[in-house]
Structure formats: C-alpha cells, structure tokens
Design a protein around this ligand. Structure first.
Ligand SMILES: C[S@@+](CC[C@H](N)C(=O)[O-])C[C@H]1O[C@@H](n2cnc3c(N)ncnc32)[C@H](O)[C@@H]1O
Length: 276
C-alpha cells in the first residue's frame, strides 16, 4: 500500500489507532446527537452506495449499512487496528452489505463514479494534500453525488480538547501551522470552501453546530479514555507528572461533566455538505 500520509499512518497504526480501537463505548449508540446530524444531512437511501472515509472502527459504516439496506457501503481507513475492530464488529452483527478497505483515502483507488454519497465523521482532517484527497473522493462519486462530513472548529471551541489539556498543562494555544494535518486542520470555514472548491466540489454548505460528545460512563472511564489520546500522551511525555496523578487530575476535571447518561463534553463542529 502506498502512503503519502506516512506520519498519520504510523500514528493510526500505532498507539493512537490501538487506543481508539479499544474504546469501550464503541458501537454502543452513544453519539446520538452527532449521528442524527450526520445522517439527516446524508439522507442515505435504501439502495444507495455509500463511502465512509476514515471510517475507523466502523461505527458510522454500520449505521450507513443499516440505512442502505439494499445498497452497499465501503469503509476506508489506513489504520489496521481500527479496521480489525470494524471487521470483528461486522461479523458479530452479520452485516453483508458493507466491506472495509485498508488504504490512504488520498490515493486509494476508491472507484470511478460508483457512490451516491460519501460520509465522514472526523476522518478527513489528516490529509497531507487535502485537495488531492477530496478530488480522489470526488472521482468516486456519481455526477452530483453528495459529500457530507463533520469536523471540529478551532481547538479552543471544543471542550473535549480544552478541558483535559487545560487540567494538565494550562489553556491550549492554537499552534502555528494550524493547517498541518491533524484534528483541527479544517477548523476554518474559508479553508473548507477553498479545499472543496479546489477539489471540484460545488454547492458547499458549512453549518456551525455544537454537539455534546460522549467520553465514558463516568469521570473515571472518561479519564481513562483521555489519558491514551495523542494530546494527553504528548503532555505526559513532556512532564514529570506520573500517569496515576494525571488520571486523578483528569478525573477531577471531568467530574462536573458527568451525569446519569455518562460524561459529555461539547464541541463546536462544522457540518459540511457538497456535491461533486
Ligand atoms: C478521529 S478518527 C475517526 C474515526 C471514525 N470516523 C469515528 O468517528 O470513530 C480519524 C480516522 O481517520 C483515519 N485516517 C487518517 N488519515 C487517513 C487517510 N489518509 N486515509 C484514510 N483514513 C485516514 C484514521 O486512521 C482514523 O481512523
């Protein structure tokens, strides 16, 4: 497999991918508000062919497969551990109208005019060359095929970033080179419009939405999740704080966000739609 996004592939095949693949709440239907937004906008029909970009462990791929019950869904991702989890989940559910492909969406042969709709939940911010990547995705769509994705706005507007990071290292500053591949590379509306326009998409809409995301059944399990994420691992690599202390600090910081439904933290996102 050829990979222009080698650094991302290393990360998502290493600690980051292993950590996300092990999420205890995977597939538990916890991201109700986010999924409602994404799937209402995607309006997947029963016979549609759907592409899920950066599908990870396949949560949205499974939901798409249920909606396209007489169609077909392909999930693409470059993380082997995430795809292993996705395929195990697929076997467990006995779903036959979806398949997962390992590849870099920027160059993977996604097909030519095959799909009615491409979706992504946080899977399209990591491309070294986003125009090339979205052009590749566009080629896979039928003429006037739909693209629908969600991505975060600025890190300072996402409590799921600022709360754990501030608790351990003080308020985060957006780094220079904010367009580098990473969680916040498509934080600017103008950049989304430029990238999609450059990749041949039209009718681009960007809607600001604020969606609470689920991070664990209680503060302890949410702290356990955050401690394995890239930003927190980077902070811990850089301090003398022990993982046990960090876990306690995180738990205290997350407690105010816990309710009977678990720990939810808000995040301002873009809901983006476009047409090939
Ligand atoms: C934040 S995770 C989101 C995963 C999944 N969509 C979800 O919501 O649970 C980002 C995903 O994008 C994938 N990814 C990053 N760069 C990619 C690329 N160039 N091609 C395909 N997948 C990529 C990662 O491996 C990871 O699974």
């Amino acid at each position: 497999m050829s990979i222009p996004n080698a650094a991302q592939a290393d990360s998502w095949n290493g600690p980051e991918g292993i950590h996300w693949a092990a999420r205890e709440d995977h597939g538990a239907g916890r991201h109700v508000a986010l999924h409602r937004l994404l799937f209402e906008a995607a309006a997947i029909g029963e016979t549609d062919r759907v592409l899920d970009i950066g599908c990870g462990a396949g949560e949205t791929t499974v939901l798409a497969a249920r909606q396209a019950a007489r169609g077909h869904v392909v999930g693409v991702d470059l993380s082997r551990p995430m795809l292993e989890r996705a395929r195990a989940d697929q076997r467990r559910r006995g779903l036959t109208n979806l398949r997962f492909e390992e590849g870099d969406a920027q160059i993977h042969p996604l097909g030519d005019g095959e799909f009615d709709v491409a979706i992504s939940q946080f899977g399209i911010m990591f491309f070294a060359d986003p125009v090339a990547a979205f052009a590749n995705i566009g080629r896979a769509l039928k003429p006037a095929g739909r693209l629908v994705f969600v991505c975060p706005q600025s890190m300072t507007r996402c409590a799921w970033y600022t709360v754990p990071v501030s608790a351990l290292a003080g308020p985060p500053e957006p780094p220079p080179g904010a367009h580098e591949p990473g969680m916040f590379s498509l934080a600017d509306r103008e950049r989304i419009e430029d990238v999609l326009g450059g990749a041949g998409f039209g009718a681009v809409t960007t809607t600001a939405v604020d969606v609470p995301l689920f991070f664990g059944r209680d503060a302890a399990s949410a702290a356990g999740f955050f401690i394995g994420t890239g930003p927190v691992r980077a902070i811990l690599d850089d301090t003398t704080m022990t993982p046990d202390t960090a876990r306690t600090v995180l738990e205290d910081a997350l407690e105010p966000y816990a309710s009977g439904d678990g720990v939810h933290l808000g995040g301002e996102l873009w809901l983006v739609t476009a047409r090939r």
